[in-house]
Design a protein around this ligand. Structure first.
Ligand SMILES: [Zn+2]
Length: 472
């Protein structure tokens, strides 16, 4: 059937803004009918062409809907300070603001007033609309900028955004917006972490029979805070620092760990922390995350990590009641180091020696293994090989109370820090690409966004967003 559109609806799409939405909708409907016809008569077009064109046909209708919605909401917002609730004084109307939305540029007029209590000028409509902390983007565009920038390099993010949504955000602008959202996320995280600690103190928590597993790790990131100042720094006798630690942690309830049909271990719910702001920041963030995940009610806690000294210091200090376990695979690596000192490159001999020891370490007592290592050492002549073995024996003695693998396996607990290492790897995919440099504040902001996403808290930053990656 051939469709005919009334002349009034056929007029140009970029029409006057005072037209009723119904008229704009009728006009969009005509354009859509036309696009369907175009699809049918053009043999080189497939449904993808209509998908694109239809979105274009309704774009102006949607833009004007947004614009009117924004204006109506701004007009309905009372002149009250959103921070302290005080009525604003010296209120004046008609302050124009332009921003980009998913459907194009939007301009609105808002009231501005002075809050005597905060001693600040306020535009309550901006807060009501979600436009307060942005360089000029609607909440949906802020959301996309934040997500894409935390998932991929900026130049790629800019191209992907334009391809998927039609919204053009040049690299530098996208970068700035994402960082701004990241800074906002840091403030929100700080507040959430404080609330978690306070809540724990207030609640009379009953213990439940689950264990909380906490795993920690660290990796290097390349930053250019002192970029271009290397010579000047060296003149002052300082070596410019390029590589910095990213501290990472994960926590989950043992009863949230299960298996896929194929037998692969999976964790249904877990918390994730990554920070560039040092060990103290990790300590606070990971503790708050563990509290949110139920540490306060756990019958016990277990820390699993590699042999790094900072980790065990932090564990003793922050979670003194928790049991500690050295990652099994790190222990095996140290056994292998003894093997290499004994057999050099003779792989067959090394394997034959190593295998039974690994089995003993896993299924029996680590003390038995240590005794054998001590015997090996006692039989060795003085020299570099003996020194290497002595070092490893020292390592096992230092960590022997963290090597209860047999009991751990019997209790169904993990003996390796696989989950936190997988977490590190995933984060590195984004933050440690070849040739990439970061600045401390920049990568902390983006990393913070990443933790909101992975912990299923994106909706706290962007209340319109209902998608939860933690549940998908
Ligand atoms: Zn105020």
């Amino acid at each position: 059937m051939k469709t005919t559109c009334p002349d009034s609806a056929r007029a140009s799409l970029s029409s006057k803004s005072d037209e009723p939405i119904a008229v704009l909708a009728a006009r969009a409907a005509c354009a859509l009918e036309g696009s369907i016809e175009t699809l049918v008569v053009n043999s080189e077009q497939n449904l993808g062409h209509l998908e694109r064109q239809a979105a274009q046909d309704v774009r102006e209708l949607l833009r004007q809907t947004m614009q009117r919605g924004a204006q109506a909401k701004a007009d309905a917002t009372p002149p009250v300070c959103r921070v302290c609730g005080q009525k604003l004084t010296r209120v004046s109307d008609g302050h124009e603001r332009t921003f980009e939305s998913l459907f194009g540029t939007i301009t609105l007029k808002r009231s501005r007033g002075y809050c005597k209590r905060c001693r600040k000028w306020r535009v309550p409509a901006d807060a009501a609309l979600g436009l307060e902390e942005t360089a000029g983007y609607s909440p949906a565009v802020q959301d996309m900028a934040a997500l894409l920038a935390s998932k991929m390099p900026i130049e790629e993010a800019s191209a992907v955004m334009e391809h998927l949504t039609g919204v053009k955000l040049p690299r530098a602008t996208l970068d700035r917006e994402a960082r701004r959202q990241g800074e906002r996320a840091r403030k929100v995280r700080h507040q959430l972490d404080q609330e978690a600690a306070i809540q724990k103190q207030q609640l009379e928590l009953t213990l439940e029979p689950y264990q909380m597993i906490i795993q920690l790790d660290a990796w290097n990131i390349r930053e250019r805070d002192d970029w271009g100042q290397s010579k000047a720094l060296r003149r002052q006798g300082k070596e410019p620092q390029r590589w910095h630690w990213v501290y990472t942690g994960t926590c989950f309830r043992l009863d949230h760990r299960g298996q896929t049909a194929g037998g692969r271990p999976v964790i249904s719910q877990r918390g994730f922390v990554a920070t560039r702001s040092g060990i103290e920041a990790l300590r606070q963030q990971l503790h708050a995350e563990a509290l949110r995940r139920g540490l306060g009610q756990a019958a016990g806690a277990l820390i699993i990590a590699d042999g790094a000294l900072w980790i065990w210091r932090l564990a003793d200090d922050r979670w003194p009641q928790a049991r500690q376990r050295l990652d099994f695979y790190h222990a095996v690596q140290h056994l292998a180091a003894v093997g290499r000192a004994l057999f050099g490159e003779d792989q067959a001999k090394l394997t034959a020696w190593l295998k039974p020891l690994v089995r003993e370490l896993k299924n029996q007592s680590c003390l038995k293994v240590i005794r054998q290592l001590e015997e090996v050492l006692a039989a060795m002549p003085e020299g570099p090989a003996a020194r290497a073995v002595a070092k490893e024996v020292g390592y096992f003695q230092e960590h022997k109370h963290r090597m209860d693998y047999k009991a751990g396996r019997r209790a169904g607990e993990p003996i390796g820090s696989g989950p936190v290492e997988a977490t590190c790897r995933q984060t590195q995919c984004r933050f440690k690409r070849p040739g990439q440099f970061w600045s401390t504040s920049g990568d902390e902001a983006l990393m913070c966004l990443e933790t909101f996403w992975r912990n299923g808290r994106w909706h706290i930053l962007f209340p319109h967003a209902s998608f939860d990656p933690a549940r998908n």
